[in-house]
Write a protein that binds this ligand. Structure first.
Ligand code: C5P
Length: 237
């Protein structure tokens, strides 16, 4: 039993840990998220390994630079075989648009499926105090929606967002827009360092299309049973 909307976060440093978790989870998980920590320590081999295992890869490297550099960087990452890539929406409309266009053109030229490109709006770690400290006067929630709308206008496929933002983004950006939400905690599990959390079913009801789950699966006594329990809850949502 699996659900393609579940993405398990591989927040580990070593290939042995990746291999052990992927083996343990078997066919209960089809999508994995590779972030900076893992990618910077083991490199492209982790993407090749996951692809060889028939998995989908969300390469969560959050690119943010001038348009030409981000567009080029994304095309290089596409060459590794990643299925979902992301950039910071705060890099601006031109950066997002040029990135989306460059990826589509490169995929077409190579005759491969274009990876999904999604944007990070405002990092969920930023609180109101830090927001003001950076010189912003408006509301964080309004900025999240503004950037999600801008990402859509620039031709991106969706955004990464907290589950609490999902409903407003869905309303603003329409049905055909990916909303990938971390901060998922099945009822009764540890919050760890997350604060703005949702259960899997609540996140889906609010419009999330994909759920990123790390520790509730990785740190469970029986990771496969934990993943299957989440998949079951997703199916019932
Ligand atoms: O272990 P846990 O389920 O909290 O992992 C969530 C994953 O999602 C981690 O890889 C974390 O870096 C990522 N993430 C997040 N909040 C964001 C963006 C990404 O928790 N706003």
């Amino acid at each position: 039993m699996h659900d393609d909307r579940l993405i398990v976060a591989l927040d580990v440093h070593a290939m042995e840990d990746v291999e052990s978790l992927v083996e343990t989870l078997g066919d209960s998980v089809t999508h994995y998220k590779v972030g900076m920590e893992l990618f910077y320590s083991v490199g492209a081999s982790v993407v090749s390994y996951l692809k060889e295992k028939g998995k989908q890869v969300f390469l969560d490297l959050k690119l943010h630079d001038i348009p030409n550099t981000v567009a080029g960087g994304l095309c290089s990452l596409m060459g590794l075989g990643a299925d979902i890539l992301n950039i910071h929406a705060s890099g601006g409309y031109t950066m997002m648009k040029k990135s989306a266009e460059a990826l589509r053109a490169a995929a077409e030229k190579q005759g491969i499926a274009c990876p999904k490109l999604i944007a990070v709006t405002v990092l969920t770690s930023i609180n109101a105090e830090e927001w003001a400290e950076m010189g912003h006067t408006g509301d964080i929630g309004e900025q999240v929606i503004r950037l999600a709308e801008l990402a859509k206008k620039a031709g991106l496929d969706g955004v990464v967002a907290s589950p609490q933002e999902a409903a407003a983004i869905r309303k603003a950006c329409g049905e055909d827009f990916l909303i990938v939400t971390p901060g998922i905690r099945p009822a009764g599990s540890s919050l760890d360092d997350q604060s703005r959390i949702s259960t899997p079913s609540a996140a889906l009801r609010n419009g999330a299309t994909h759920l990123v789950v790390g520790r509730p699966v990785r740190s469970a006594e029986d990771p496969r049973a934990a993943a299957e329990k989440i998949v079951k809850e997703m199916g019932e949502a």
